[in-house]
Write a protein of this length. Structure first.
Length: 178
């Protein structure tokens, strides 16, 4: 394999010993970010919620949530007709993923979340980003939208895709009632 190279052994051992390159263990270890197991004999440290910062979860969750919204718009889910133009699709997607819309969506699904999910939302909502709030959002909406995004990032990394879809369905149902 490419990561195994012949090196002289350290500490006085014979020069003909096979030694793995320093990154070999890391190369054979599975990626914990996608829910795989670590190498045998090693336990993974903590849950996803503890391994990643709330803002990292929100970073991933932003992409996951937008992908779900785009899929919903494109497939015409919930009996809606698919818009004729890409410009209209984009306009609708932006309206649904802006901070105010995400904050309102979180407020509607908050009572249905379990304690672990509520903790993820709380931690993300209270996180202090090192960047400014976007011009079109107020601070409260931006923090609540970060909470929703972190929830979706957490569920995605945990592999709880059915739960993620269920929460997204609740959001879509509440959007239709408005």
């Amino acid at each position: 394999m490419w990561w195994k190279i012949r090196r002289p052994a350290r500490g006085g051992a014979s020069a003909g010993t096979d030694a793995a390159a320093p990154g070999a263990a890391a190369a054979t270890r599975a990626d914990p970010a996608i829910g795989s197991r670590a190498e045998p004999g090693r336990e993974q440290e903590g849950s996803i919620a503890q391994r990643y910062s709330p803002l990292q979860l929100a970073y991933l969750g932003d992409a996951v949530y937008e992908l779900l919204v785009r899929r919903e718009l494109l497939t015409g889910g919930s009996g809606r007709d698919t818009p004729a133009s890409l410009a209209e699709l984009h306009r609708q997607a932006v309206a649904l993923v802006r901070a105010g819309a995400q904050a309102a969506a979180l407020a509607r699904v908050l009572p249905r979340l379990n304690p672990v999910e509520l903790d993820v939302v709380r931690r993300a909502r209270n996180a202090r980003p090192k960047h400014n709030v976007p011009a079109g959002a107020n601070v409260r909406d931006y923090r609540y939208s970060s909470g929703l995004e972190a929830l979706f990032g957490f569920l995605f990394l945990e592999g709880q895709l059915a739960r993620m879809e269920e929460i997204f369905r609740w959001i879509q149902e509440s959007n239709e009632k408005k």
